[in-house]
Design a protein around this ligand. Structure first.
Ligand code: 5BU
Length: 454
């Protein structure tokens, strides 16, 4: 323990723990950020660390070593050099050209691979690495992490049958730092806050309810959407991607009772008219659902503003919610002169196959979303901060990998794995033989999946 303790104090002095307000890879906010990357610049500490890790695992159990990209790469490399066990490299995304391989290096199907993770929080990025290695026919029996943030990641991985061990746990390292008087008063407070938040989450180990979400959402339309959801017991939004107003209205007459929102792409409608939109608006009031226009604004603020208020569709005159990319930065969704009762949904991560948004981009979009009071939520394929509503398109009972570029997941997965709040279902309902019955099945599945997570 002495040796481990000594080692931790040395790396702490490199500034691997930061205090403040951070958005983690998972999209969660945290007062503590841990980053082992500075160790890469200290060969002496890299060697010490890999020796400590090797001490914990039996050399004979694995024939390959792989680090979860990118922070664990230098650590895995050192481990390989010290143990003489070959390294393989996992890419975060394929290059988009050439072999498009996700795993680089020399390996054979059936070989046993040790995975190294630096910090484990939810275990989600570790799982991605496990899945990619298993796809290549490698066997994963042993996983080592350096630090466990004690936020359920280890349990998540163990539940899936993997053997995972960690060198340090956050609780024990804070005890060491406190004992050795390495922490300022303010930092101790932040740590206490972190543990209180963590404990509540861990003890309850559940998603937060719509009622609790409503407390956290300040925008009136976000609150209204939750009220509708609770009243009608539905988190189903139907995407009416139809080009004919009659067909849209017919669909709505069948499914209006089962939805909390109807999503449109108004620019695909051939016979758009204000009488149609007025009619639809009235039904939405009568049947109690919101109108979402999936406009995906993506320009500079003045142009977004024009697209929102003018042109044939005058979106702001009828839509309750509009979607927007923030590729052009935080300013692009400011000063849009949005009516007080209209909300924005940002797009952090699309459901499509091969989307270009990476962890960094997603983190930035989530940060922008949290800071803009007009934003009620976001589209992402992962858990996000509780202060945002999470919308999940790409929903189908029969998960098809590649349906013209969209990826589909089952409603249960959307809630269980991604922590979704609302599922968006299009073709699965409006192309089905009986949209009414099918919509009811999706409504039921979405509601049950939500309730089961509580
Ligand atoms: P589908 O028929 O269930 O595939 O329809 C999905 C709808 O959601 C469709 O209107 C898309 O434009 C929309 N969508 C999506 O599929 N994925 C995304 O990431 C976003 C929107 Br944002």
């Amino acid at each position: 323990m002495e040796e481990k303790e000594q080692f931790f104090l040395e790396i702490y002095n490199l500034g691997i723990i930061k205090f403040g307000n951070f958005t983690l890879k998972s999209g969660m906010n945290s007062p503590i950020y841990i980053d082992f990357r500075p160790i890469a610049s200290r060969p002496d500490l890299l060697i010490k660390l890999s020796d400590l890790l090797l001490h914990e695992v039996s050399y004979h159990n694995f024939e390959l070593i792989c680090g979860v990209p990118y922070a664990a790469l230098p650590i895995a490399t050192t481990l390989s050099l010290r143990s003489k066990i070959p390294l393989i490299i996992k890419r975060k995304e394929n290059k988009g050209y050439g072999t498009e391989r996700m795993i680089e290096g020399i390996y054979k199907i059936g070989q046993n691979c040790l995975i190294i993770e630096d910090v484990i929080t939810s275990g989600d990025s570790l799982l991605k690495t496990i899945i990619d290695l298993e796809k290549e026919g490698l066997i994963i029996q042993n996983i080592m992490s350096i630090l466990d943030r004690e936020q359920g990641g280890i349990e998540n991985i163990k539940q899936r049958g993997y053997n995972i061990r960690t060198l340090f746990r956050i609780g024990e390292v804070f005890k060491i730092l406190k004992k050795k008087s390495f922490l300022k008063k303010k930092e101790i407070h932040m740590i206490q806050f972190f543990f209180i938040k963590n404990n509540i989450k861990n003890i309850q180990n559940r998603r937060i309810s719509y009622e609790e979400k409503k407390e956290k959402i300040s925008h009136p339309i976000g609150k209204k959407l939750i009220d509708i959801t609770l009243k009608k017991k539905t988190n189903l939004i139907v995407s009416a991607d139809l080009i004919d107003t009659k067909k849209i209205l017919k669909l709505v007459s069948l499914i209006g009772d089962k939805i909390c929102g109807l999503k449109l792409h108004v620019d695909i409608i051939n016979d758009f008219s204000y009488s149609f939109i007025n009619y639809l608006k009235n039904i939405s009031i009568e049947k109690n659902f919101l109108l979402l226009e999936d406009r995906k604004l993506c320009d500079v603020s003045p142009t977004n503003c024009l697209q929102l208020h003018y042109g044939i569709h005058k979106i702001s005159s009828w839509a309750d919610i509009v979607t927007a990319h923030v590729l052009a930065g935080s300013m692009s969704i400011q000063n849009l002169k949005i009516p007080y009762n209209m909300g924005l949904i940002t797009i952090s991560e699309m459901s499509s196959h091969g989307g270009l948004s990476d962890d960094n981009y997603i983190r930035k979009v989530l940060n922008i979303s949290l800071k803009n009071p007009k934003v009620i939520g976001t589209v992402a394929q992962r858990k996000v901060d509780d202060r945002l509503l999470l919308f999940t398109p790409g929903i189908h009972f029969y998960e098809k990998k590649n349906n013209l570029g969209n990826r589909y997941i089952h409603p249960v997965k959307a809630f269980e794995r991604n922590g979704s709040d609302f599922i968006i279902v299009g073709k699965a309902i409006f192309q089905s033989e009986n949209p009414k019955i099918t919509a009811e099945k999706y409504r039921n599945a979405g509601w049950k999946a939500y309730e089961n997570g509580l």
